[in-house]
Design a protein around this ligand. Sequence first.
Ligand SMILES: [Zn+2]
Length: 81
Amino acid sequence: MVIECKHVWNYISEYLDGTLPEETRTIVQRHLEHCEICSAILDSTRNIIILTADDRVFELPVGFSERLHARIDLELAETER
Ligand SMILES: [Zn+2]
């Protein structure tokens, strides 16, 4: 089974939490091994989680996720070219 990047992004927080079912986790892991975009997103998501864990009042800058997704779309458009 092959999944698209978009699906991986939906799974990332659960993947990091370790709450994904074994089967899904394996699929996501396999995708991350060969996808630079998703592994970069995984890294930045992990960093955000570390930041928020350090300081409970930490908030993401307004528009952060919109900018992140715009960036992802751009990267995808460039890889597909
Ligand atoms: Zn990907």
